[in-house]
Design a protein around this ligand. Structure first.
Ligand code: NAD
Length: 265
């Protein structure tokens, strides 16, 4: 028996079998959870349905997180099919591609800033509000995906940095609000992984190489490692953890200067 047996999980953010959300859905399913998935656009529907079949064939629903009516419809559907919800995973992020390169000061527009924060940060709160009534009395768990660019400045990540900082602050405020109801709220800060969203970030290939060379583990992480940590955080094994940002990045966040950088001088 897995440590998520009989748990019901909604995983938002599968776009392909490279998506971090897919790594999370697979890991949770392996631990016994039933999985519901959503797709952002009709173009992604068939691919997400295939992923759903590969992890038990649970509910699959349309969801653009900027649309409150769609958010409401997702939780109505889950209420009628499952009756309750134990886990919500938010693995969604977006900023206009032209704002993810060059100067943060020059290239960030008012509209791009608002959009990045709406889709990448506010949506976690909006989904939590929908999930909350279905999570009462279930020791439920909310989880989001973030990146080190929310804590430190780095090239090209630009407007996504403030959006992730906002998301991480939201994790703490949500944990404080929902803790009395037994609902825990955490984030996984993943190291760089080649996905559709990541391909929009300028010089991403170089970032991957730099991370692999300088992380204590001297390699990058994959979606299965992020998935396993996420499954743990949403399980009773992590019953004392809330308001936390857990780094799954081979230790990259922990070092200021890697010995590999000195060796190469
Ligand atoms: P991905 O492209 O596979 O997933 C991004 C998802 O966001 C897609 O499923 C897309 O459909 C969804 N999305 C975007 N706008 C949406 C909207 N309006 N409504 C509904 N869904 C929307 O890429 P990924 O790298 O797996 O990204 C998942 C999360 O992980 C993001 O929050 C990302 O910032 C975070 N993350 C990624 C990395 C990385 O290097 N890939 C590292 C750390 C954190």
């Amino acid at each position: 028996m897995g440590f998520l047996t009989n748990r019901k999980a909604l995983v938002v953010g599968v776009a392909s079998n490279r998506s971090i959300a897919w790594g999370v859905a697979k890991a949770m399913h392996e631990q016994g959870a039933e999985i519901a998935l959503t797709y952002q656009t009709e173009k992604l529907k068939a691919r997400v349905e295939q992923c759903s079949q590969a992890c038990g064939g649970g509910p699959v629903m349309p969801l653009d997180v900027t649309d409150d009516a769609q958010i409401e419809a997702v939780f109505k559907e889950l209420e009628s099919t499952w009756g309750h919800l134990d886990i919500l995973v938010h693995a969604v992020g977006f900023a206009p591609r032209e704002e993810l390169e060059g100067s943060f000061v020059d290239n960030t527009t008012r509209g791009g800033y608002a959009m990045a924060h709406d889709i990448s940060a506010y949506s976690f709160l909006a989904l939590a509000r929908g999930a909350r009534p279905l999570m009462q009395g279930r020791n439920a768990s909310l989880l989001t995906l973030t990146y080190l660019g929310g804590e430190r400045a780095l090239p090209n990540y630009n407007v996504m940095g403030p959006a992730k900082a906002s998301l991480e602050a939201s994790v703490r405020y949500m944990a404080n609000d929902l803790g009395p109801e037994g609902i825990r709220v955490n984030a996984v800060s993943a190291g760089p992984i080649r996905t559709l969203a990541a391909s929009g970030i300028g010089d991403f290939r170089k970032m991957l190489d730099y991370n692999a060379a300088s992380a204590p583990m001297r390699r990058n992480v994959d979606i299965d490692e992020v998935g396993n940590a996420s499954a743990f955080l949403c399980s009773e094994l992590a019953s004392g953890i809330t308001g936390e940002v857990v780094h799954v990045d081979g230790g990259f966040h922990a070092v200021a200067l890697s010995s590999s950088m000195l060796d190469s001088q």
